[in-house]
Design a protein around this ligand. Structure first.
Ligand code: ATR
Length: 286
């Protein structure tokens, strides 16, 4: 008997995304696409877990034989102390978004946000040279932290960070403790953009339902690349303004897709491809 439905077997590999809420997550659709594309006997499911139940749920998933899980808001920080081993980047970012359950039962924590950020830019702008000039980073939250560390690792000569709450940017700079990070004014002075090679928005401004990001790109060199981690809408006002001036722009959807690759690779054995068709599939209604 042949069934038109994909069914699981006793050896299917299991993974998922834990969060509260998790219904908005695009990860099940994304991983589901790759599982079908590569014909993998596996399953990736949404796992709504209340923060109070987080520790128990993580251990249970391991005991149930899961290969691993992604962890999303508000549990990224909660996952850190639960892990037996942390990747260098997870430790430095201070949050875990990818947990792998090793055969011996140990929990390995990783953070792939910075990887996703860099890989997206590399794929969309293959000639990008992170060492070619200063980067300007808007925002000082968790996403900013991952972006700052990734840019430093890529050899950025200087990073100017600006945030509505200046103290938060200063604290972040102090904590990362790299002389290449400088805190600059919010809103940005034109001088901060004058020789920039890269502008990154890591704030939630410009996202559907959020206030607009007020920024004047006047004076930004035409050679600078502008990117946004917001991907709803795909073309934010920031990207539209940059595009109009002739700057190359990269939207934020690719960061979400690329950050999922290391987990998929570890759990299902294939480093999956980010393609235009995948972008369309993830954006299309279920
Ligand atoms: P994430 O982990 O996604 O980075 P976050 O830690 O909540 O989320 O950080 C949100 C970022 O967006 C912060 O830089 C925040 O600025 P503050 O530190 O001043 O709060 C920024 N942000 C959010 N709403 C904002 C607004 N209305 N104006 C300016 N910045 C805003």
């Amino acid at each position: 008997l042949r069934t038109p439905y994909r069914t699981l077997s006793g050896t299917s590999r299991l993974a998922g995304v834990m969060g509260w809420p998790v219904s908005h997550s695009k990860s099940p659709r994304l991983h589901g696409y790759w599982l079908a594309k590569y014909g993998i006997d596996g399953c990736y499911m949404p796992l709504p877990v209340e923060p109070d139940n987080f520790q128990g749920a993580l251990k249970s998933l391991r005991n149930l034989g899961f290969s691993g899980v992604n962890v999303t808001i508000p549990q990224k920080e909660m996952a850190m102390p639960e892990c037996d081993e942390l990747s260098d980047r997870a430790r430095r970012i201070g949050a875990v978004n990818t947990v792998t359950f090793a055969k011996d039962g140990r929990m390995l924590g990783d953070n792939t946000d910075g990887f996703g950020f860099i890989e997206n830019l590399r794929q969309e702008a293959p000639n990008i040279d992170f060492a070619s000039g200063p980067a300007v980073v808007l925002g000082a939250g968790g996403a900013s932290r991952a972006v700052l560390i990734a840019l430093l690792d890529e050899g950025s000569p200087e990073i100017r960070i600006t945030n509505r709450t200046r103290k938060r940017a200063e604290d972040l700079a102090t904590e990362i403790n790299d002389p290449r990070i400088n805190v600059v004014n919010w809103p940005l002075d034109p001088a901060s953009l004058a020789d920039a090679a890269l502008v990154v928005n890591t704030t939630s401004l410009g996202m559907v339902g959020q206030p607009k990001l007020e920024i004047d790109l006047e004076g930004l060199p035409q050679t600078a690349l502008v990117t946004d981690i917001v991907y709803a809408p795909l073309i934010t006002d920031l990207l539209a303004q940059a595009k109009k001036r002739g700057n190359q722009v990269v939207d934020g959807l690719g960061m979400l897709l690329h950050q999922a690759r290391p987990g998929f690779h570890r759990w299902f054995g294939i480093d999956p491809e980010v393609t235009p068709e995948l972008r369309e599939f993830v954006l299309s209604p279920d």
